[in-house]
Each structure stands twice: as C-alpha cells, then as structure tokens.
Ligand binder design. Structure first.
Ligand code: DSN
Length: 410
C-alpha cells in the first residue's frame, strides 16, 4: 500500500514550490528529466571506486554514465579533470582540504558574515575544527573585497591554502588577482564557485579554471541540476590526490542516480538557451536590486554583478529572521543573511539574501521584478495590517499562477 503520509507531504511541498515567489539564491527548479534520472533504478546500485576500477560487479552501464557526466562537465567548464562523485558542496570541500593539506594547516577563507560559507572556516564546522582558519572580509566603506587587504593578511598569515568564492557576495570575484596573491606565498588556491557556476559556464562571470589550482561547485544552484557537487582541476597531480580524497578518504559508494542527474543537467547547460537563461538571471537581479533601492531598501554594494544581493535591514528596524518569516507568510521565500560585522547572531541576522535563479527559470522578467519589489516593500509597510497582507498574498498567488514551473528547458 502506498505511503500516504509521505506522498501527501510531497504533494504539499510541490504545491508550495509552485505557489511561492522563490527568491532563495541557492535554490532552483530542475527539469523533469533531471528528476526522472534522480528517481531512476540507478538508486539501487553500489559502485564504490571509479569507472573501470569498481569494487562491485554489474557496473558496465554505471561506468558509462559516470564517464558521460565527467566528459560533459569537462566540456561545459573547459577543464581537464573532474570528479563527479561528491555528495554535496561540504563533502567536496572536505575532500579537497584533506587531499591537499595536513590537519592543522593554515587556510585563509572569507568570513561567514561577509558572505563566506560554513566550510570556509566557521568555528562550528569541520573546517574550523580540523584546520587553522584565518579570514578576510569586505571593505567597510564599499562592501567589496579589498584585494590589497587580502594580500596584507596573506603576508602575515602565510596560509597553505586560500579559499575564494562565497555564498552571499554580489560582486565579481577576481580569480586572477587571488592567484597572484596565492603565488606570493606559494599557497594553493581553491575557488568554491557553488553559487555562480551556471554564470561561469555561460561566460557571464569570469571563470576560475585557469587561475585556481582546484575548483569546487555544487550542482543545484545556478547550474540547475540535482543536489550534489563536483571537483575540477587542470593539474594532473592534484587530480590524483583528489580522486583518493573523495574515495576512499571521505566517501564510500557514489550516488549513481544523482551522478546521472548531474550528467543530464550538464547536457542542458550545453544548449544556447542556458546562456540566455544565465544572462536573464543577472538582468533580473540587477532590476530587482534597483527596484528595492528605489523603494528605500539598503542593498549591500548598491547592486549586483551576479544572481543575488543582500539587503541590510538595520535601518528598517526588523531582523533578517523576522522579515524572512513575514515574507514567508505572504508566499515569498528568501533566506535571512548576516551582513558584514553583523551585530546579530546568524540565526537572527540583520539582512536578507535575495536571488533570481528560480524566478528566472519560471520566465519572469524585469516587469515582474518591479512587481516583486512592490510586494516586498508593501509587506514591510503593512506588516501590522492583516487585511492588507491578505490582499498582497492574493496578488502574489495571481502572479505565480501566471508563471508555471517549466518541465523542460531545452
Ligand atoms: N548555505 C547554502 C546557501 O544557501 O548558500 C550553501 O550551502
């Protein structure tokens, strides 16, 4: 008999995803082909090892699938070597650190409140537990990374590795400059491009592949694939270490159904439509940030170069958590975000992060960004007026009903 409890909840979640204006910068809507690959019988198969060198029988088709995923990833990123097995961005980063460094080594990463990721050295994460992390932030006056300041910290700390890339930084990252800084002390440069990898594939953000020694990315954000990650490099020796660092050092059996879904997503990313999609994500992010600034919101760095931006709510007298909950109650999904030197702890935080990958997948454009800015601004203004909020909720649902989630993108 079918499990009614779980399938009813899945149906409710699917309806929620369709109803909301999805502005969480790290979320997206995958194609039905990605969903089918991920829900396929490949989920039954164990395949520890790599293509041609498995520890289980029956891996002929599995090997072909993993090789297809590898070749496609190499093609879209223009890189020589790829490991497609990491289960997540966190496990990819763990594999890189443990492959290329010794526990206790010094690493420099971006500070969490300035936009860095948990795995870039947070004290409550394995990265902060296993390695001696130091951090760089953003310039207090501009909100941009100050590369001269990064160089000064590097001169003092002399890290073995520098991690660039972020979860909440809205400006281009200068990978070439990071490489110059790394070379000045002989450090390994790792670029975590989880957020921007779709933009990189489309040529809408400079690529790190010719500058960083090693690049990690999740596959489910702007890249619009299944949840998971990959590790890339152009360096043969580094690749050999990474292969061992993923299996058997940090992972056992790869999730072959997810690897198949990654291969499908890479296929979709190779079409011209994907380039147009990524361009539109940025057009929408710029339009939405400008529209919010025009309505009195304080956007960090006054805009964006990529798919997202962070709104500083301090002058609005509302915390990130309160505003996230308020927007949630009106079918608008955002994630709260710390701001540089945030006086509040991350669970509360003083900002919200807004991203446009998901609404752009639904074919919304600049006109809808104006409308969304109106919704966000009105929800803030009328936050204590239940009747007004109810009427805004209806308007939000009317908008999302006009933009169904696409089943296919190619
Ligand atoms: N914390 C996720 C994000 O939303 O950016 C990335 O792991």
């Amino acid at each position: 008999m079918k499990d009614k409890v779980v399938f009813d909840l899945i149906a409710k979640e699917a309806k929620r995803e369709s109803n909301v204006i999805e502005l969480i910068a790290s979320e997206n809507y995958v194609s039905s082909d990605v969903l089918v690959a991920q829900g396929s019988p490949l989920t039954n198969k164990y395949a520890e090892g790599y293509p041609g060198r498995r520890y289980y029988g029956g891996c002929a088709f599995i090997d072909e699938i993993e090789n297809v995923a590898i070749e496609r990833a190499k093609g879209i990123f223009g890189v020589k070597f790829v490991n497609v097995q990491p289960h997540s961005g966190s496990s990819a980063n763990l594999s890189v650190y443990l492959s290329l460094l010794k526990v206790g080594d010094k690493i420099l990463g971006m500070d969490l409140s300035s936009g860095g990721h948990l795995t870039h050295g947070s004290s409550v994460n394995f990265s902060g537990h296993l390695f001696k992390f130091f951090s760089y932030g953003v310039d207090r006056s501009t909100g941009y990374i100050n590369y001269d300041d990064v160089q000064k910290i590097v001169n003092k700390v002399k890290p073995k590795m520098i991690v660039c890339g972020s979860s909440a930084y809205s400006r281009f990252i200068d990978f070439e400059r990071f490489r110059t800084i790394s070379d000045s002390v002989g450090a390994i440069l790792m670029a975590d491009i989880s957020h921007i990898s779709g933009l990189v594939v489309a040529g809408e953000h400079p690529s790190p592949v010719n500058f960083a020694h090693v690049v990690t990315t999740t596959t489910h954000k702007t890249l619009r694939g299944p949840r998971g990650a990959i590790i890339m490099t152009n360096d043969h020796d580094i690749f050999e270490k990474i292969q061992k660092g993923v299996f058997p050092l940090t992972q056992g059996g790869p999730l072959m159904h997810v690897i198949a879904a990654k291969a499908v997503a890479f296929y979709e990313a190779s079409f011209p439509q994907f380039k147009i999609y990524q361009k539109n994500i940025i057009i929408n992010a710029k339009a939405l940030s400008s529209a919010l600034i025009a309505r009195g919101f304080d956007v960090l760095t006054n805009g964006t170069d990529n798919h997202m931006f962070v709104v500083n709510l301090i002058k609005k007298g509302i915390t990130g958590k309160e505003f996230q909950d308020l927007l949630d109650s009106c079918f608008i999904a955002v994630s709260r975000s710390t701001i540089p030197n945030d006086p509040k702890p991350p669970y509360i935080s003083s900002g919200i992060r807004i991203g446009t990958p998901a609404v752009t997948s639904r074919n919304m454009s600049e006109r809808e960004m104006e409308q969304i800015a109106d919704f966000i601004s009105s929800i803030y203004l009328y936050r204590k007026d239940k009747q007004k909020l109810d009427s805004i909720c209806k308007d939000v649902l009317t908008l999302t009903s006009k933009f169904p989630i696409p089943k296919s993108y190619v």
